[in-house]
Write a protein that binds this ligand. Structure first.
Ligand code: FPP
Length: 251
């Protein structure tokens, strides 16, 4: 079965599909522990699950998927686990690239490249260059990513370009983020129940809807994903407005 083929039947159409979904794929370690397996096995199953969720995104009509694959804080993990995560991304990009490209997935990387092993950097570059004109789904891989670091880098960039203070607006700062040309995430999903933002898209997520589920990432399948989107449909995004203003705006 290829990446985008599914054995499951297509989910019911939703009234409103979030354009941009971001996911904190948490719980791989616990999933492995429950089965007496090493943590790295949990990550391996996490990658398998990513394939399922990618398929679900294409089926549901989501346009951008941002995944938190490795945070700047993850360097503190045991060396073998850091190495395994690097290796998994490398294998994922090697094994899935043809299929992702064929399906029109555009791969992007957000985060810092410094510190990432050169071989993996090259794989990331090859994947992003090869798929840059694809437009069925943007897969934004947050790898060696930290939200505060992203803001620091944006500020440095703005100063280096000599932009006058009076010209600095929220829109301008957004354009200097790694996600510059993308819409902010409509929905941010966190698996495995933790109620934390963990330095993920802290600028872009200001008005995002959050969905937290106790399900561990390797078990967060197509049905679970659909449930998250259904919950999103029922939410009212008011962006600080009153209900009356919102209704007037939507007419
Ligand atoms: C959190 O689970 C997950 C991560 C730190 C990494 C997420 C990575 C993957 C799903 C695989 C890598 C993806 C690619 C594309 C290479 P945890 O280990 O913190 O789980 P725990 O909280 O149960 O210990």
């Amino acid at each position: 079965m290829t990446l985008m083929q599914s054995e499951e039947k297509a989910p019911a159409k939703l009234a409103k599909v979030p354009q941009h979904v971001a996911i904190i794929m948490d719980g791989n370690g616990r999933w492995a522990k429950q089965r007496g397996l090493p943590r790295t096995e949990g990550h391996r199953h996490g990658v398998e699950n990513l394939r399922r969720v990618l398929r679900a995104c294409v089926q549901e009509g989501v346009k951008v998927l941002t995944i938190y694959a490795f945070s700047t804080e993850n360097w503190a993990r045991p060396r073998y686990e850091v190495d395994a995560l690097m290796r998994l991304l490398e294998v994922f990009l090697g094994r899935e690239l043809d299929e992702l490209d064929k399906e029109g997935v555009q791969i992007r990387h957000i985060g810092e490249t410094s510190g990432v092993p050169p071989r993996l950097q090259k794989k990331i570059n090859d994947a992003t260059t090869r798929t840059r004109h694809n437009d069925s789904l943007i897969l934004n891989v947050a790898f060696n990513y930290g939200g505060r670091k992203e803001i620091v880098e944006a500020v440095k960039h703005i100063i280096r370009e000599g932009i006058p203070a009076d010209n600095v607006t929220e829109e301008l700062i957004s354009r200097y983020m790694y996600t510059g040309d993308l819409p902010d995430p409509d929905l941010i999903i966190r698996t495995s129940g933790e109620l934390r933002v963990s330095n993920f898209l802290i600028w872009q997520g200001s008005y995002s809807e959050y969905y937290v589920t106790p399900t561990l990432w390797p078990d967060f399948d197509q049905n679970e994903f659909h449930k998250a989107l259904e919950t999103y449909v029922l939410r009212k995004r008011r962006f600080g407005m009153t209900d009356e203003q919102l209704e007037a705006e939507q007419k």
